[in-house]
Design a protein around this ligand. Sequence first.
Ligand SMILES: C[S@@+](CC[C@H](N)C(=O)[O-])C[C@H]1O[C@@H](n2cnc3c(N)ncnc32)[C@H](O)[C@@H]1O
Length: 220
Amino acid sequence: MSVQSLGLPPRVQDYMLSVSLRETPLLRRLREETSKHPYFEMQIAPEQGQFMALLVELIAARRVLEVGTFTGYSALSMAQSLPSDGQLITCDINQEWTAVARRYWDEAGVGDRIQLRLGPATETLDSLLDSEGPGSFDLAFIDADKENYTAYYERSLKLLRQGGLILIDNVLWSGRVADPSVNTSPTNALRELNQALHQDQRISLSMIPVADGLTLAYKR
Ligand SMILES: C[S@@+](CC[C@H](N)C(=O)[O-])C[C@H]1O[C@@H](n2cnc3c(N)ncnc32)[C@H](O)[C@@H]1O
């Protein structure tokens, strides 16, 4: 299943989950079904899903954007915190994986709040900028191909209202970003984005070591 938070001893991780995780039986079932998938590690950790759902509540988000749906765990976590007239638009390129997602969203009764856009996410975000306009979302979650993260970040920042929040997943990349001998293309892309965000005065910033590292960027 999903990675445990980097550096947290298993005993402490188990304790943390035992006193804080409130995963619904349906989310748990989705996690169990996804654990049989060859790319099961792409799914976010349940405590991260719960954290993001809390952030949706905290900023009273009504419109959420997601880049990277997979089998729908993060979308379902966040959609359950939206008001009944809220909306989550999620982007992916894979029909088969997102069909699993759709089954669970419908079973959870939030299928009408979630719109799936199949196609390369840069194109989807560009078309959203045309159709919905800048400032039309409250929160964005970026969790797809790492080489395009900067493109997703720049477009999401435009799509977000002032006071909106961007969440960026895998920013610690299992620690590889901190190892100078690793120079793969996703590692370098994440390093470049992390460094750029450190200097970016358009946002307030925090990087937290939950799961594989999550950056919070608040649009000033
Ligand atoms: C890490 S997974 C997302 C995990 C998901 N957030 C969850 O909680 O289960 C990344 C997803 O990004 C999708 N993806 C990869 N390249 C993409 C692209 N260019 N445009 C849109 N989606 C893409 C993949 O098909 C995959 O489902």
